[in-house]
Design a protein around this ligand. Structure first.
Ligand code: BGC
Length: 470
């Protein structure tokens, strides 16, 4: 079966499609990043406790878990494209509500509503990308989504720094938290317009019996006759299994194995400890002896920029070297880096300011390790391992798990550092990263360059998970 093997053959239109769908990642990142800078001003204006602030932060994560859990139903029923459009509207409404909230109760509610949009987008965008991307660039296209998340985070950090300290509106300089939260309306509107122009996923069209429209999408993507015929043959084969996800879940243990794999992968992504840094970077800088708010804000921007740049390593190599070699390298880098951070913190860093810079240096190495591996690649693999008939439900499970684990990590960091100390907390996460190598050795397949349908055949024939790829 010959499908394009050279990425050069792929038309520009495919990259346009990829870029536009990946805008959902930008909004995801903006919403994740924005709260670290807004927190202190919200707390001041509403005079609320730390606990209430934690609710303001985590309401978005619980909303996202909720959104991810029912977006399978939405995207299966209305299609991937319409579901992303719905989430764009939800982003606009949620961000606007946050900006005008008169008290913390409404703000918590608004953050939950916004979270639903984040959850739906984080479910549907990678799914859509995996279904429209030609297999030779599938890994890079989904990694582009991750790149957008990281760009969103860094833009939020930058906009926070500006609105927190420099910007003057209505005679007031700094502290504009309502604008920090409200500004997200603009990119959400851009995404709505962009996604409106996109075609529907050809695989979803096929699943719903719209073969001709699916072929038209392939033509739009400039695939030639032979390539289209090959794609169609493959999709037809997998569409023959006309079951829905819940039926599959009940009756098919191979599908359940794939779900176990996806859930495990997302737990692992969160237990790398990445969001400890994303949500609490200013706090970690303070613990490492950097006391000025300005250096904490700019330090956080450096974290964000490092996260963006290192994602390019994954984009460049994910379809060449494969998913697994990059993940192994990532775990080694992340594990060693966090063990180093932990060791420095345990050497009484507050009394030894000379350890501050090397500790933060190691923390940045950890970010590089994550961004070049687990950041993008977990999303890539999770969108590749499920059979078409159960893909919506499978991705629902893994994405929902991502958000639940995310919320748990976010909500336990402060308790962990208060209970065990920052040093031991980093040692714990470092150790976990080393352990995850074993999970990859035993369970995770290499999915580079192989069609989704071939992965499905391998899975359904009962091959070991590790073998369902190449
Ligand atoms: C993770 C997020 C994380 C982000 C950081 C994503 O892949 O799912 O939880 O905040 O990467 O770049």
């Amino acid at each position: 079966m010959t499908i394009p093997t050279s990425p050069k053959k792929v038309g520009l239109i495919v990259y346009f499609i990829g870029f536009t769908a990946a805008l959902a990642g930008l909004l995801f990142g903006l919403d994740v990043g924005v709260i670290s800078g807004a927190q202190q001003f919200i707390q001041k204006e509403f005079t609320i406790s730390d606990n209430a602030i934690q609710l303001v932060v985590s309401a978005l994560l619980w909303g996202a878990a909720f959104g991810a859990l029912f977006s399978g139903v939405l995207s299966s029923r209305f299609g991937r494209r319409k579901t992303i459009l719905i989430s764009a509207v939800n982003f606009i409404v949620g961000a606007a509500l946050c900006a005008v909230s008169p008290n913390e109760h409404l703000l918590i509610f608004a953050r939950f509503i916004l979270g639903i949009a984040v959850g739906v987008a984080s479910f549907t965008a990678p799914l859509y990308l995996s279904e429209v991307a030609p297999r030779t660039i599938r890994g890079s296209m989904i990694s582009m989504y991750q790149l957008m998340i990281t760009i969103g985070i860094v833009l939020a950090f930058l906009s926070n720094t500006w609105l927190a300290t420099y910007a003057t509106f209505g005679g007031v300089t700094g502290g504009h938290w309502r604008l920090m939260l409200g500004i997200i309306v603009l990119p959400a509107a851009v995404m709505f317009v962009g996604v409106y122009l996109l075609p529907e996923s050809p695989r979803w069209l096929f699943l719903k019996g719209f073969q001709e429209r699916a072929v038209a999408v392939f033509k739009l993507m400039k695939l030639d006759e032979a390539e289209i015929a090959a794609e169609v043959r493959e999709i037809e084969d997998s569409v023959k299994v006309k079951q829905n996800g819940f039926q599959l879940l009940r009756t098919n243990s191979n599908f359940r194995r794939a779900i176990g794999l996806g859930v495990g992968l997302q737990i692992i992504q969160q237990l790398t400890g990445i969001n400890v840094v994303m949500y609490y970077a200013p706090k970690i800088f303070a613990l490492a002896g950097f006391e000025g708010v300005n250096e904490q804000m700019w330090g956080t921007v450096v974290v964000g920029v490092t996260n963006v740049l290192a994602t390019f390593i994954a984009i460049a190599f994910v379809d060449k070297l494969g998913r697994k070699p990059i993940m192994y390298a990532g775990f080694v880098v992340m594990g060693l880096a966090l063990l180093t951070v932990g060791a420095f913190f345990n050497m009484d860093i507050e009394k030894n300011p000379q350890f501050g810079y090397p500790a933060i240096g190691a923390l940045l190495v950890f970010i590089i390790g994550f961004a070049m591996s687990a950041g993008p690649i977990i999303w890539v693999v999770c969108s590749e391992i499920y059979p078409l008939a159960g893909r919506d439900l499978g991705v629902t499970f893994s994405t929902g798990t991502n958000w639940i684990a995310n919320a748990i990590v976010g909500m336990t960091f402060l308790s962990l550092i208060n209970g065990f100390g920052p040093g031991n907390t980093f040692l714990l996460y470092g150790g976990l990263n080393v352990l995850f190598i074993v999970f990859f050795l035993i369970f995770v397949p290499e999915t580079k360059g192989i069609s989704l349908e071939q992965i499905e055949r391998n899975l359904m024939s009962g091959l070991r998970l590790r073998k369902i790829g190449r």
